[in-house]
Design a binder for this molecule. Structure first.
Ligand code: AMP
Ligand code: ZN
Length: 137
């Protein structure tokens, strides 16, 4: 629940100062030090969970409801034109801090955040294989 060498445990519990924009008994939301865009914030549970798969179900539900609320408020106050929610799990997916966090990234028409990927092509055979696999047939 608290990991001694985890920087987000320390920030979430107020032992290391942060630019906090929201706090309740379960979460702290603070501004990212290396923002993708103006207002980029991180929604972090106060208890330690390494990633989404470890996150408590109740907190998972609360996190999304809170993200929705903050996305609305930030859109209104920052005047952004769009919004990304982003959440990385595992080094291969770009996770660098191994305490669950949800990125709240306001987007502006001409910003340079470049959150994207190169679209591939899926054949109908591949889609069929994946459907069978992922539906657990
Ligand atoms: P991720 O790559 O998804 O693990 O995201 C980690 C994020 O945490 C990055 O966007 C970092 O800029 C941010 N970050 C790391 N340390 C701090 C810190 N002390 N205060 C604020 N943001 C931080
Ligand atoms: Zn932690």
């Amino acid at each position: 629940m608290y990991k001694e060498d985890c920087i987000f445990c320390k920030i979430a519990n107020g032992e290391i100062p942060s630019s906090t924009i929201y706090e309740d008994e379960d979460f702290r939301v603070f501004l990212d030090l290396n923002p993708a865009t103006r207002g980029h914030a991180l929604l972090v549970p106060k208890k330690h969970f390494a990633n989404l798969l470890e996150l408590d179900d109740g907190l998972c539900e609360k996190a999304m409801v809170l993200a929705k609320k903050l996305a609305g408020k930030m859109t209104e106050l920052l005047g952004c034109d769009g919004f990304n929610l982003m959440q990385n799990n595992g080094e291969a997916a770009g996770q660098t801090v191994f305490h669950f966090h949800l990125h709240l990234i306001p987007r502006y028409k001409d910003d340079t955040a470049g959150i994207t990927w190169r679209p591939g092509n899926a054949s109908s055979e591949e889609l069929e294989v994946l459907v069978a696999l992922l539906k657990g047939k």
